[in-house]
Design a protein. Structure first.
Length: 130
């Protein structure tokens, strides 16, 4: 799905972070160090978190607090397995680590650790799915 609305939030640690949303108001892309982007672009669809909510979520995230993203998110075009990988990784607590084999097991295919690496390499929403 194409991005119809984007909101950029400045941070001290990683520069500007750009959040891209689809027409349904779901987050579909996060760009780190988006220094060429500023402000918002487009008209916000229903369900998109406000700039203030994004700022608060990002500040809390950067402090290591576990706070769910304040809106809906999806990974368009991802396979069912990749979606289960992203869900497993998104459920990890701050500071918790898990090998690709462990993620594969939680995603329902214990031997698919290489596929986990492939899925994570294509992850379009880092921070939400770290």
């Amino acid at each position: 799905m194409p991005i119809v609305y984007a909101e950029t939030v400045p941070t001290a640690s990683v520069g500007r972070v750009r959040f891209g949303f689809d027409a349904g108001g779901e987050l579909v892309e996060v760009k780190m160090r988006a220094d060429s982007c500023s402000g918002s672009r487009g008209k916000a669809p229903k369900g998109v978190p406000s700039h203030t909510k994004l700022e608060k979520w990002l500040a809390s995230y950067m402090k290591g607090h576990q706070v769910d993203f304040p809106g809906k998110w999806q990974v368009p075009g991802a396979s069912d397995f990749a979606r289960s990988v992203y869900a497993a990784v998104a459920a990890l607590k701050p500071g918790e680590t898990l090998s690709y084999g462990g993620v594969a097991e939680r995603a329902g295919s214990a031997k698919a650790y290489r596929a986990v690496g492939t899925a994570m390499g294509k992850n379009p929403i880092p921070l939400v799915v770290p």
